[in-house]
Design a protein around this ligand. Structure first.
Ligand code: NAD
Length: 263
């Protein structure tokens, strides 16, 4: 067991799956008490409960501010503070603007952007009282650079990036840091739902080719970046969009160096 988050309490939304779960497990390994929020408890979460006794799972929907405020209250009652917030709850959506139904637009904004806003709104009074805290929002590299057919999702994530910078500006004076983690394409259930459909095979291959490391990311690789941002090791890092995407948005690649023999 490490100890980079010893005596810290981390509240993690979307903790039941993918990047959120990887953060919960990695942070627990580093000594943090974990308060997980998600729509429902699943097998993965039971696995976490079997390796740490400082875990609390609270079922609910992040689009409810009341639920998130209640979770902060329970976290403080059970563990004494909230030192870290990771907002990983999120949903995908796709389509060019004229094809996105109003309800789908509203849902992705509600979960991805308003859900993140409610998480921050729920924990900030506690962090202000403590005069310390680290908030890691999980945005996306598609919140930094737009990608084809991603209008609603990308807009929600761009909102998360700027909201995170604003939180950094407004609360830095109180010792509260906030950074947006911007993953590239990471193999999680959300990734499977979108990219493992048969008709997406060519798109998936193209995305892998545009990811300069030539592969997709692992949830643990995101958890390791979130761990750094959450921990005191990142004590002078705030207001940043930290892109962890295997080079996907670094620039375009057209096969020129391959043509010159670089393989
Ligand atoms: N996987 C990727 O390639 C990728 C890339 C960039 C950004 N992201 C972002 O990372 C975050 C985590 O995604 P993931 O890939 O781990 O997906 P995932 O589907 O594995 O996990 C997301 C979790 O959020 C939960 N969730 C969804 N709506 C919720 C709600 N209303 N209230 C509470 N919980 C809710 C889900 O139940 C699920 O457990 C998301 O915000 C996603 O947009 C993922």
């Amino acid at each position: 067991m490490g100890g980079r988050l010893n005596n810290k309490v981390a509240l993690i939304t979307g903790a039941g799956s993918g990047i959120g779960f990887a953060c919960a497990r990695r942070f627990a390994e580093e000594g943090a008490a974990i308060v997980g929020l998600d729509l429902k408890r699943n097998e993965q979460w039971h696995e976490l409960e079997s390796i740490s006794d400082k875990v609390l799972f609270l079922e609910g929907d992040v689009t409810s501010l009341e639920y998130q405020q209640g979770a902060v209250g329970e976290a403080v009652e059970r563990f004494g503070s909230v030192d870290v917030l990771v907002t990983s709850a999120g949903i995908g959506d796709a389509g060019p603007v004229h094809m996105v139904e109003e309800a789908a637009w509203q849902r992705v904004i509600d979960v991805n952007l308003s859900g993140t806003f409610f998480s921050a709104k729920a924990v900030l009074p506690q962090m202000m009282q403590q005069r310390s805290g680290s908030i890691v929002t999980v945005a996306s590299c598609e919140g930094v650079v737009a990608t084809e057919g991603g209008s609603s999702y990308n807009a929600s994530k761009a909102g998360v990036v700027n909201l995170s910078k604003n939180i950094a500006i407004d609360y830095g004076r109180m010792g509260i840091r906030c950074n947006a983690l911007c993953p590239g394409f990471i193999e999680t259930p959300m990734f499977d739902d979108v990219l493992n459909q048969e008709f997406m095979a060519d798109v998936k291959a193209d995305i892998r080719a545009q990811t300069k490391l030539g592969r997709f990311g692992e949830p643990l690789e995101m958890a390791n970046v979130a761990l750094f941002l959450a921990s005191d090791e990142a004590s002078f890092v705030t207001g940043q969009a930290i892109v962890a995407d295997g080079g996907y948005i670094a620039g375009h690649s057209h096969g020129i160096v391959e043509m010159m023999g670089l393989t």
